[in-house]
Design a protein around this ligand. Structure first.
Ligand SMILES: NC(=O)c1ccc[n+]([C@@H]2O[C@H](COP(=O)([O-])OP(=O)(O)OC[C@H]3O[C@@H](n4cnc5c(N)ncnc54)[C@H](OP(=O)(O)O)[C@@H]3O)[C@@H](O)[C@H]2O)c1
Length: 278
């Protein structure tokens, strides 16, 4: 019998790269979607924004992992064509990653995509992770390396950050079992910590002082616009930082443990494993 073929959207990304590994370890054939020119026969080129290559990418695919890339504020416009193509092809299963809180507003683009998948007739899972720990070694790394500071409009509230490797492990399990079919999961990490605690944990592993300094949302906005992000996406970021400051991202869930049979990683594990980044 031939192996199942799983299409991974965003395969080179933070969650996607771990997911590819996890699936290959489970002896699954992975088709890695990229916006770039493919460099291996395991890759397929598509553009999630223009839709170019989407239909071809689903050729011969059994299951798919879907996400909308950062930078796009209307995630529905990216995800709906993928869900429609999965439906047209009669895929055996789709796992969609949105974000914790996506189901709070029925009109939000993420929620509209979730509903479309729920009503598609496809077998599915939706995973809604909290803020990733890995943001500190990607999006926010420059301030830490150059100024020893985490500069964010994040208040002093707790956030139950999740390690992206655990999201990938969850997605890999959901793509290879039917035990949890047709359910949505809100994924948190092991512990809820504030940004000063993250700064302290980074300080501990790099042996220099890193601190958290709260900034005004407008300062972040100027920085993100300066980095070339589109204004509607920057406004989306400010909106979700507002929810974070209200404490909406503090809650711990046991969903990772339910699916993986082990606890998720926490802050100290993350900073230890990523200390080279800082
Ligand atoms: N970061 C967080 O704290 C957080 C929390 C909750 C939810 N999320 C959600 O997680 C998602 C991002 O996941 P991630 O961090 O794993 O992704 P990521 O690391 O940003 O990777 C996304 C990948 O998508 C590919 N890509 C970008 N633009 C593309 C395009 N136009 N067409 C095709 N491919 C494209 C890129 O790969 P190539 O260069 O190979 O094309 C990129 O590696 C977002 O939907 C975000 O809302 C994030």
């Amino acid at each position: 019998m031939s192996k199942e073929k799983v299409l991974v959207i965003g395969a080179s990304g933070t969650v996607g790269s771990s997911l590819v590994q996890e699936l290959q370890n489970k002896d699954v054939e992975v088709v890695q979607a990229t916006s770039r020119k493919p460099t291996s026969s395991h890759q397929v080129q598509l553009n999630l924004v223009t839709g170019e290559g989407v239909k071809q990418a689903f050729e011969g695919i059994d299951k798919a992992y879907l996400l909308s890339p950062p930078g796009v504020a209307d995630q529905y416009s990216v995800l709906s064509p993928l869900i429609q193509e999965a439906k047209r092809r009669g895929l055996k299963k789709v796992v969609l990653m949105t974000a914790m809180g996506a189901d709070a507003d029925p009109e939000s683009p993420f929620r509209r995509a979730e509903v479309e998948l729920e009503q598609s007739g496809l077998t599915y899972n939706i995973i809604r992770p909290n803020w990733f720990y890995q943001n500190f070694n990607t999006f926010w790394v420059q301030g830490i390396v150059e100024q020893n500071k985490i500069l964010l409009p994040a208040g002093n509230v707790k956030v139950s950050f999740i390690d992206a490797r655990d999201i990938a492990a969850v997605a890999a399990t959901l793509l290879t079992t039917d035990e949890f079919d047709n359910q949505a999961f809100n994924l948190s990490g092991l512990d809820a910590v504030d940004h000063s605690e993250v700064a302290q944990a980074i300080s501990n592993v790099v042996s220099r002082e890193v601190t958290y300094e709260e900034i005004e949302p407008e300062v972040l906005k100027a920085g993100l616009l300066g980095a070339g992000l589109p204004e509607d996406y920057v406004d989306f970021m400010l909106l979700i930082f507002g929810f974070l400051r209200e404490g909406y991202n503090a809650g711990l869930t046991d969903e990772v443990e339910k699916i993986l049979g082990r606890k998720p990683r926490g802050l100290n594990q993350y900073t230890e494993d990523f200390k080279k980044a800082w």
